[in-house]
Design a protein around this ligand. Structure first.
Ligand code: NAG
Length: 140
């Protein structure tokens, strides 16, 4: 194999590894929850069809809001630890749809957070007695 060809392979492998690493990387943040009423939302107003049928949705904190660009996006969220012992349903990750901005949601979050989860989403990954969680999240 010529050395330039060899170099090309090296680059291709490097690029692929970087891509894979990026795809599997998750960010760490905080999670809390909010209850009904959930509408109107900053993303979709009073449109009742905005909520997934399993009610796994969320409002996001200002650091994620990005002028609403995040509206409708799906994130994979996993509970790492919480404000009470054994707060997490161990290892479980769920997909949540972003429908609101936590700063202006009709119902107030239990605590400021990166992701303010609906009651159903929160209950799926943690004990409802916990006010706040440490979470891992990535685009789902
Ligand atoms: C949730 O947390 C509360 C308070 O710590 C505890 O009493 C309860 O047993 C927990 N529920 C579950 C299902 O672990």
């Amino acid at each position: 194999m010529s050395s330039s060809r060899h170099l090309l392979y090296k680059w291709a492998i490097l690029l692929l590894s970087a891509l894979l690493l990026r795809l599997s990387s998750a960010d760490v943040g905080t999670g809390s929850r909010y209850g009904p009423p959930y509408m109107p939302t900053a993303c979709f107003g009073n449109d009742g069809s905005q909520f997934p049928t399993n009610n796994h949705f969320a409002a996001v904190g200002e650091q994620m809001w990005d002028n609403g660009a995040i509206c409708g996006k799906i994130y994979l969220v996993r509970c790492l630890s919480g404000s009470i012992p054994k707060a997490c349903v161990s290892g479980k990750a769920i997909q949540v749809k972003v429908v609101d901005r936590a700063a202006t949601s009709v119902s107030r979050p239990t605590a400021p957070a990166t992701f303010v989860l609906s009651n159903d989403a929160f209950a799926a990954i943690a004990n409802l007695s916990a006010n706040s969680l440490n979470i891992e999240y990535s685009r789902g």
